[in-house]
Design a binder for this molecule. Sequence first.
Ligand code: SER
Length: 314
Amino acid sequence: MIGSTGQIGSELTTELRNCYGGSNVVAGYIPGAEPKGALAEGGPAAIADVTNGEQLTEIVKKYDIDTIYNLAALLSVVAEQKPRLAWKIGIDGLWNVLEVARENHCAVFTPSSIGSFGPNTPHELTPQDTIQRPKTIYGVSKVCTELLSDYYFTKYGVDTRSVRFPGLISYVTPPGGGTTDYAVDIFYSAVRGEKFICPIAQGTRMDMMYMPDALRACTELMEANPDKLIHRNGFNVTAMSFPPEKIYAEIRRRKPDFKMEYQVDPLKQSIAESWPDSLDDSAAREEWGWHANFGLASMTRDMLEKLEEKLGKE
Ligand code: SER
């Protein structure tokens, strides 16, 4: 198996090693993002640049890989600054991954996102199958990801599966250029005792998920009985949906002195407004038993505790 050390990749690699054993999971990375600490010690690692298909083939053969978790992507805000690179990694890279998987009989997980929806998608309880006409390059590449992955399944029988991730909130993975990142940044400000400057306007709801649920979604979907899957790429999954003022209020229940001020970022705001307010994830629930364990209150409690411990040690 190949994890990835970028974005959520290091956390997923750790989760996969907990499930399948350290030596059975290869941490894929790009030069400059070498695994460190427990990740480096926990199992094999290899340079796995998705834009280099030959390199991927070598690793797949060397380690007898049966499943590729392809997490290489630029998130929504940063992709708007580098659209060509976003396409090269997200789509040219995916093509390489799918070809290697076809030739070597691997299953492939490539996450999609709430970013695959757009302004004319129904915003409330966004259905599994609905209009997907996003305006961002991130969204365009995620729609292509879903279509190309489904194409490789129907045409070549490659076992491709994915979820449409909402904003992921973690105390391990730092924010990385996404529109939903404010919901991670707010915890850092709260724990550091700083005022939080919120780039998203009051009342703007987006779906979110705590990282332990997101990691479980990846492994549970890849373990699911294929006979039960009507959909493949990708499933709506969600855990909660809130606007900035709601997460602020939840944090203030534990930190009453915490302050927040709005300075709306026009790019982030326009992206946020084009995304769903709340997803309907009933297809994931019905087809592979998806359910989230963390809601806003339980996530906030855990995030504050873990982040206090982490930042206290720095
Ligand atoms: N978290 C991502 C972003 O904000 C959405 O999938 O770009």
